[in-house]
Design a protein around this ligand. Sequence first.
Ligand code: GAP
Length: 551
Amino acid sequence: MAENRMDKIVALAKRRGFIFQSSEIYGGINGFWDYGPLGVELKRNVRNAWWADMITEHDELFTPAGAPSSFDMVGVETSIIMHPQVWKVSGHFDLFVDKMVDCRETRSRYRLDHVKGRWIEGKLADAAADASPETLFVCAVGDGPELLDELTKRALKLFGMRSNQADKLNWKSEPASLATLPVEQFASVIAPEAKSKGTLTDPRDFNLMFKTTLGALGTDADAAYLRPETAQGMFVNFKNVCDSSRVKIPFGIGQIGKSFRNEITPRNFTFRSREFEQMEMEFFCPPSQSLDWYTYWRDRRYNWYINLGVSKENLILREHAKDELSHYSVGTADVEYAFPFLAPGEYGELEGIAHRGNFDLRSHMEGKLCKKDGELVVETGPDGKPKYAGSGKDLSYFDDQTRERYLPHVIEPAAGCDRATLAFLCEAYHEDEAPDDKGAMQTRVLLKFHPRLAPIKVAVFPLIKKDGMPEKAAEIYREFKRAGIAATFDQQAAIGRRYRRMDEIGTPFCVTVDGDTLSNDTVTIRDRDTLEQIRVSVKELVNHVQERLRG
Ligand code: GAP
C-alpha cells in the first residue's frame, strides 16, 4: 500500500541515519530536517552530480545534442540575506503569498489549498435529537489514500458512529480542495481537527518570506528577508559576472544554496520544508533563441534524473497551462515524480524549468513590473514614480560580434536538492527475496542507488575475525580510502547480516577477504543488485571498483 511504502522509507531514513527531524530531543520543529551521516553523503552526491553536470564537467567548446549552439557555464555563491529592494523589485514582497485560513475553534492555521474536504450528509453527534441531517464539508489535511482514511475517521467521529460503520456514511462528493469552495459556503465547513462547523476565517494573504532584523536598532527600516530563492543572487550579479569573466552570451550562471519559505503547512517529510536547498541556473540568451533554449533545458533536465536512476514510469515532464504560469513566465514545464505519499496518478514537483523572458533583468534596471493591458510596465505609486525603484544600472548586454545591444532572455531550471534527494531515496527503495546465511529465503530491503549517488561505494569485510583476515581487509579498506572511494569496514556479525546491512543503505559493492585471499591474493566482490559474486585480484581491486562505479 502506498502509505505503507512511505512509512517504511521514513523509518529506514531515521534508523540508518539518513534524515532526522530537526531538534528532535525537544519534540522537533515543524518544517525543518537534519541529514545524518549517510544522508549528508547522499545529498552531497546529488549536489555534486548537479554541479558537475552544469559547471565543472561542462565543455564550452562542444555543442551538446539538441542545443542550439555551444555555451559557457559558471558558478556563484551569493548571500542569503540581500538588499531588501531586491525582493520589492522581484515581486516577492507583494506577490510571494499563499492564501491561508485560521480556525477560530482550534487556533490552527492552514494553507487554503492544502485543506481538502468532501460533502457529506449527516447529523452531528452533539446536535439536538429532533434536528434534521445537514450537508457539511468535512475537512482534513493530506493527500492520496491517507486523506481518504482521515476523512472517513473524522466523519465517523463527528457523527458519533462506530469504526465499522464506514459504509453507512452518506458522502455526496469526491475530495476537493477548500480553495475551490466559495467563501459563502464556509459556514458548512468543518475544519480539520474542529468539532463545530463554520469556524474558519475568510482566506487571507500570507507572505512566505522569513523576516529578520539587521543591526542593533531593530527599527522597520532595518528589516531584511531570508532569500526565498537563490535565483535573485544570479540576476543582481549578471553584470559582475559578465565584467569579471570571459563569458559570452549564451551562458549560464549556476548556484546551489539554502532558501527559506515560511510554509503554512510543511508536510510530506522533506518534500515541503521551511528551510531547503535549491540548485538553480539562470541561462542568458538572445531573445530570438530563447524558445529553442527553453526546449533544450527542459529535456536535458528531465534526462538528468533518468540518467541517475529514476524510472520513466515515475517521472513526467508537465507543461504548465497558461493560467498556471508565474507573473513573469512565458512558458514553464515541471519535472514531477510519483512520490509514494501521493495517490496513484499524482505527481509532485521536483524542478521547474521557466522561460522568464527579460523580466528579472528589466525589473532590476527599471523597478517592479506589473502587467497592464497584457504588457509588462513599471508599476507606479500615487505620485507617478515607480512603486519600487530598480537599481538604475544598465544591465543590457553588448554583443561584439553582431554589434547589437539587448536585454538577454532567461531560461531558468530551478531544482530542489532536498526533493531530488527524497525522490532518489524513494526510487531506490526495494524489497526482494534473497537467501540468508543458512540458505533460507528472507525478505531483503535494499536501496538501489545509482553508484554515483550511493553514500558508501564499497564495504570491506574479513570473512572471520582471525587468520590475518581482519588485517588484510583493513589494508584493502585503506587503499579504497586513499583512492578517494567512500568505503567502510565491518567485522561484526555473520557475513550474511553484514551484507544485509550494506544492502539496506545502498552500498553497491561488498568485498570479502576469505581463506583464499591469504593464499592467492584474490577477494570476492558482491554486487548489491544481482547478488553475483566474482573473484578479483587484490592488485586490480581499486581499478575494478572504479570502473564499475563509472558504469
Ligand atoms: N527561482 C524559481 C523558484 O524558486 P520554485 O518552483 O518556487 O521556483 C524551485 O522552486 C524548486 O525548489 C522546486 O521545484 C522545489 O524542488 C524546491 N522547493 C520549493 N519550495 C520548497 C519547499 N518548501 N521545500 C522543499 N523544496 C522546495
